[in-house]
Write a protein that binds this ligand. Sequence first.
Ligand code: ATP
Ligand code: ATP
Ligand code: MG
Ligand code: MG
Lengths: 255, 255
Amino acid sequence: MGIGIACMSGKGGVGKTTTTINLAAALAERGRLVLTVDCDPQSNLTSGLGLNPYELRSSLGDVLIGRATAGQAIVATEWANLHLLPATPDLTATEAELPSGLHRETLLRDALDRDGTSAAYDFILYDTPPNFGFHTVNALAATNYVLIPLQMSGFAVRGLKEVLRAVNLARSRLNPELQVLGMVPTFVNLRTNFSQQLLSGLADLAGLRIFQTLIPPTVKLQETSLAGVPIVAYAPASKAAAAYRQLAEEVLQVV
Amino acid sequence: MGIGIACMSGKGGVGKTTTTINLAAALAERGRLVLTVDCDPQSNLTSGLGLNPYELRSSLGDVLIGRATAGQAIVATEWANLHLLPATPDLTATEAELPSGLHRETLLRDALDRDGTSAAYDFILYDTPPNFGFHTVNALAATNYVLIPLQMSGFAVRGLKEVLRAVNLARSRLNPELQVLGMVPTFVNLRTNFSQQLLSGLADLAGLRIFQTLIPPTVKLQETSLAGVPIVAYAPASKAAAAYRQLAEEVLQVV
Ligand SMILES: Nc1ncnc2c1ncn2[C@@H]1O[C@H](COP(=O)(O)OP(=O)(O)OP(=O)(O)O)[C@@H](O)[C@H]1O
Ligand SMILES: Nc1ncnc2c1ncn2[C@@H]1O[C@H](COP(=O)(O)OP(=O)(O)OP(=O)(O)O)[C@@H](O)[C@H]1O
Ligand SMILES: [Mg+2]
Ligand SMILES: [Mg+2]
C-alpha cells in the first residue's frame, strides 16, 4: 500500500502546494512511484505540474461522483515516476452534487482503494485547500500522515491549534491510524530575528516533530508557480531544490 | 452610508488580512471612522488587531444567527476611529446552524443595516477567507467594492479568473451595485525579473484598475501578524506604513 501524506494547514499561502509538488518530485527522482492528488478547487497542484485545469478530460470531481475511476482520471506528468489525479475549479460544486447520507467523507479513500490505485504507488501526496472543509476531510480520511508546512507568520502559528483539532477529529471519526508526520518550516529567513524567534518558540511544542529542513524564501519558488515545473527540474542546483531533496531524505527516514 | 470594501481572493496568503488591517488603520489615521468585519473563521483580522478570538463575548457568528446585534458584537480597538466586528473559529459552524431557505446570503448586510451600523461609519472593510463560500458571499452581498490583493505568484494570477467570476455572480444575484475597486500588487520585489514581468503582464488586463501602490515584502509585515498591531502604529516611519498610507490616499480618490 502506498504511504499517504497530506499537506494541510488552515492558513492560506503557507506553501502546501509548493511542498506537495516538490516533495513528490524529490521522491520520484529517487525512484519512488508517486501519485499526487489535487484536492483543492484552486487546482494549483494541477497547474503547478504543467497541466491546464480547464482542459482536463476527467478529474477528482468525476471520481468522487462516480463518473470516472481514479485510474481513468490519473495522468502521468512529464517527470518520471510522478503521476497526478488532477482537479478543476468545478471541484467546488462537487460536495453539493453528492447525494446526502452516503459516506461522503470517505469517497476519496474508497475510490483510491477500489481500483487498486493506492496499492500501485509507493507514495500518495494530497494537496488540500486552506480550510477544514469537505475536501480536506476526504484527504484526512484517505491519508496515513499529515505534513504541516509552517510559514514564519504569527497567523500561521496561531492557526496550528485548529489544524491539530481537525486532525484529531478526523482520527477519531474516520481514520484511527492518522498521524502527524511533522511540521516543515517555510519562508524561513534566518537573517531576521522574526524567523529565529518563531522557530525557537516552536521547539517547545510538545510532541510534534519539526523537520530540520528549512525552506528559505526564494524567487525560484515563485517562478515555478508560473512555469508549472518542480524545482528539482526547474533549477536542479538551487538552494530550494536542495532543501526539498533534504526534506525527502528526512521523510524517508521516518515513514 | 459607510463605503464598503471587501478584500478577497480565492488564493490563500496573498495579503487580504494584512491589507484590510493596514488600509483600515491608514484611513482611521486620517480621521475616517472605520469598521472592520472579520468574515474568516481563521480570525486573523481579530488577532491582527490585538484581540484574542478565544476570549470574545460575542462575534460575527452570533450576529448572523441572531443571538446578538452588530452593535453588541462590535468592539473598539486600541486605535482611534478603528472598530472591529470580530470572528472566532466557531464561525466555521455558523452556516450549518442556520435554518435553510432563509436569505442566508444577505444575513450580514441585513444585520449591519438593521441597527444602523452601516450608516454610522465612513468605511466598512471586510476580510474574507481564501474561498468563495458562504462568508465571502455574505461579504460580497454587503459591500460596495471588492479590493483584490494580488500576490506576485503564478497561482494568484491564474486564480483571478475565478475571483472575477465569483464577483460577477454576486453582482447578478445579490448586489447589483457591486464593483471591483481594483487590484493591489503585494509581495512586490522590483529587484526581481519575476515581479517586473508579472506586473507588466497585468497591465494588459482589460478594464481592471491596478493601484500604483506596490506593497513590498518586508519582515515588518510578518512581525505585525504576531504583534497584533497595524503597521502605521507598529512602525510608523517604515516603507510598509508609507505604502499603506499611499494606498489609502489612492482609494480616497476613487470611491
Ligand atoms: N520558499 C518560497 N519562497 C518564495 N515563494 C514561495 C516559497 N514557497 C512557496 N512560494 C510561493 O508562495 C505562494 C504560496 O505558496 P503555495 O501556493 O504553495 O501555498 P499554499 O499553502 O498551497 O496556498 P493556498 O492556501 O492558496 O493553497 C506561491 O505563489 C508559491 O509560488
Ligand atoms: N508585504 C508583506 N511582506 C511580508 N510579509 C507579509 C506581507 N504582507 C503580508 N505578510 C505576511 O504574510 C502572511 C500572509 O498574509 P495574510 O495573512 O495577510 O494573507 P491572507 O490573504 O489574509 O491569508 P489567508 O488566505 O490565510 O486569509 C502573513 O503572515 C502576513 O503577516
Ligand atoms: Mg495551495
Ligand atoms: Mg487572511
